[in-house]
Design a protein around this ligand. Structure first.
Ligand code: NDP
Length: 507
């Protein structure tokens, strides 16, 4: 990423003479836009302003916010093509893939706005027999200001899983997009402001800070009430450490090494199609993309032939009709090449492509088979169009290998009869049975992982609650029949309480 000492070249300028950086079209190397590198002081002032605005936003209530988020949703729909072009320019992905990403994000935004009141609004809970003189309620008010740090691979869909849900819950948001996709961050905040405030005074309910890793680190230390991070596991650990200094709660969505299991009775055409699309689409740069396939021996040859046929037909490129685009982050081609070499050195066989497939900025499809389980192509996130396909004796073997990873984000299972049973045995946050990545498109479902894939959830009811703090309230309806929490309690109060408890729970 180029970083230049020049006047701020884009919106949200850090002032005359401030450092700027450029976002680059990875297909051509051309500059897409220049943006300021915001320093810690700027980030802190953005968060302070957002705190002020968060009170207004929270005060609108669920109804008020639903209407305004609806206006944003409509504006986003009308701008799908324009924003998709920007996504293509900053990530290199084909336009239609960018459109799909926008559609999914819009669907999630609609769900979050529509369901926030039901999930987060105050509701009664049973106060139980011992406390039956109390009326008990719980509500989920917003934190205040949420800091969101996002990656570049799905620069709309991924951060919107935090931004849309945090806003629907009543928070203000300060968003630090990846340095590779700052323009998309601005486009999201701009459309929000346009839809919500029109030509009037814009309150900083949803704003963007731009810069490199240090700007993200500054956001962690800026006084935000919660930090939602999506990115690599290594950076996730740094984010957590920085947030720990001020006990700022964190949501951490990190990488994955997702397996796809093919059972003997699976629809092999569908399984091969899913493996290739899940492994190669978006040039393999998908946190829940398929990276490891385990196929049971009896159908392995037939399955592999189908995978090879499909993968061989794919072509990366910069044109709109390409099957997938370039490596968005240039250095990722080296990671793919390194894993490929390691696997081949250890005895893996390339059945599609090989070392010649890595020709930056593009990487052509690579399918490896008989890959040793200790090779880096199996143990580390690849984030490129490289698929490993290993034969296993049976489903038990497949499940054991699928779970033998520090990651635990998503998984796929292809099986006619045992799909859900196999899914239940996988150590991960999400499973698609007879499909791939389908869980991400269902707004009501929580999205997130375990282990090195992070913790906390975006999307669904859990995703809304992630951006709210539970607040419990009890209200005394009448004096307690047995008063024990007073210094003036009767001598026999505890005895009566124990009699009641023995009758209730002692038998
Ligand atoms: P990175 O971890 O490199 O960066 C993520 C974000 O963190 C970027 O905005 C980055 O800024 C910022 N950042 C970098 N250093 C720091 C720091 N010290 N403190 C705070 N923020 C910092 O990830 P990538 O952008 O490369 O994204 C790819 C990764 O994201 C993959 O591992 C992928 O699996 C994961 N991912 C996970 C998803 C999930 O939902 N679980 C979804 C999508 C992706 P900058 O770009 O300026 O360096």
């Amino acid at each position: 990423m180029t970083q230049t000492e020049s006047p701020a070249a884009a919106a949200g300028g850090a002032g005359e003479g401030a450092a700027t950086f450029d976002s680059i079209d990875p297909r051509t190397g051309e500059v897409v836009g220049g943006y300021p590198v915001h320093d810690a002081a700027y980030v802190r002032s953005a968060v302070d302003s957002a705190r002020e605005a968060s009170r207004w936003w929270a005060g609108l209530g669920f109804d008020g916010r639903r209407k305004l988020l609806g206006a944003w949703r409509k504006l986003l729909v009308s701008r799908i093509d324009r924003i998709a072009d920007l996504v293509s320019a900053e990530t290199g992905k084909p336009r239609d893939d960018a459109r799909v990403e926008l559609v999914l994000a819009i669907d999630h935004l609609a769900w979050a706005a529509r369901h926030a009141e039901r999930v987060l609004g105050r509701r009664k809970v049973s106060s139980g027999l011992l406390m039956s003189n109390q009326a008990a309620t719980v509500a989920y008010p917003p934190y205040g200001v949420i800091g969101v740090i996002g990656p570049w691979n799905y620069p709309v869909f991924t951060p919107m899983g935090s931004i849309g849900y945090a806003l629907a819950a009543g928070n203000a948001v300060v968003f630090k997009p990846s340095e590779l996709t700052p323009g998309i961050g601005h486009a999201l905040a701009e459309t929000f402001a346009e839809a919500v405030f029109g030509g009037g005074h814009r309150k900083p309910v949803f704003t963007v800070v731009t810069g490199l890793g240090e700007t993200g680190a500054a956001l962690c230390r800026s006084g935000v009430d919660k930090l939602a991070f999506t990115g690599s596991t290594a950076t996730g650990k740094r984010v957590m450490a920085a947030c720990a200094e001020s006990l700022t709660p964190v949501l951490v969505e990190c990488g994955g090494k997702d397996p796809l299991i093919v059972d003997a009775d699976a629809d092999l055409d569908a399984a091969a199609d899913a493996a290739v699309w899940g492994g190669m689409s978006n040039a393999g740069q998908t946190c829940v993309g398929v990276e490891r396939v385990y196929v049971v021996e009896p159908v392995a040859d037939e399955f592999l032939a189908r995978v090879v046929r499909r993968a061989e037909a794919l072509r990366p490129g910069g044109e709109p009709t390409a099957d997938f685009g370039p490596m968005t982050m240039p250095s990722q081609a080296d990671v793919v090449a390194g894993q490929l070499r390691d696997a081949l050195d250890r005895g893996a066989t390339a059945v599609v492509g090989g070392t010649v497939s890595v020709r930056p900025p593009f990487v052509e499809p690579v399918v490896l088979t008989d890959v040793p389980e200790d090779s880096t192509a199996i143990t580390q996130e690849t984030f490129g169009p490289l698929l490993t396909v290993n034969r296993v004796a049976d489903v038990e073997d497949a499940v054991a290998r699928a779970n033998a990873t520090a990651y635990g984000l998503g998984a796929s299972v292809f099986s006619a009869r045992r799909g859900e049973e196999i899914a239940a045995r996988l150590r991960c946050g999400m499973v698609a049975v007879n499909g791939v990545i389908t869980f991400a498109g269902v707004p009501a479902l929580p999205f997130g992982g375990v282990g090195d894939s992070g913790f906390g959830r975006i999307h669904g009811e859990d995703g809304l609650r992630e951006f709210a703090r539970a607040q419990a309230v009890t209200r005394q309806r009448f004096a307690p029949p047995i008063a024990v929490t007073t210094f003036t309690r009767r001598k026999n109060a505890i005895g009566r309480l124990l009699t009641l408890v023995r009758a209730l729970y002692g038998r």
